[in-house]
Write a protein that binds this ligand. Sequence first.
Ligand code: TYD
Length: 145
Amino acid sequence: MNTDRHSMTTVDDCRLINLATFPHEIGSLTVAQNSNEIPFAIQRIYYIYDIPSTAERGGHSHHREQRLLLAVSGCFDVRVSDGRQWRTFTLRRPNEALYIPPGLWRTLDNFSSGSVVLALSSTKFDENDYVRDFDDFLKLKNALR
Ligand code: TYD
């Protein structure tokens, strides 16, 4: 395990960021761009759709990746853990992004029909950056305390 790269973040380091939005009668437009409001340079985006309402996604933490999650359509819950506490965020507005720093476990569930998850990432995809076992995650966090 890469204890050196796993930070000592807590669930209090997650926060909701309101993205710049231009509402109009012909449709609303929301912008996410590298700027002061987003605390990292965006390297990758991906989106998840066709999600069954019973699905649970996520179930991992990252050594160094920072991420923003948005509900561009519908709504869902994001549960984050630092190994001591859990916090739940319900994402339901396309202009509200949840910032998740490295070193936090996250799961996504309670998906409404037609929900679409948009993820903005600080890194390119790297499977070695994932911690996919919760016990490994707990060991990593405790090792750093
Ligand atoms: P995963 O990150 O486990 O999805 P989630 O956390 O949303 O449940 O990724 C699911 C699969 O997709 C896994 O096999 C890895 C692959 N994947 C990529 O190849 N590139 C990517 O950028 C992402 C996010 C996933």
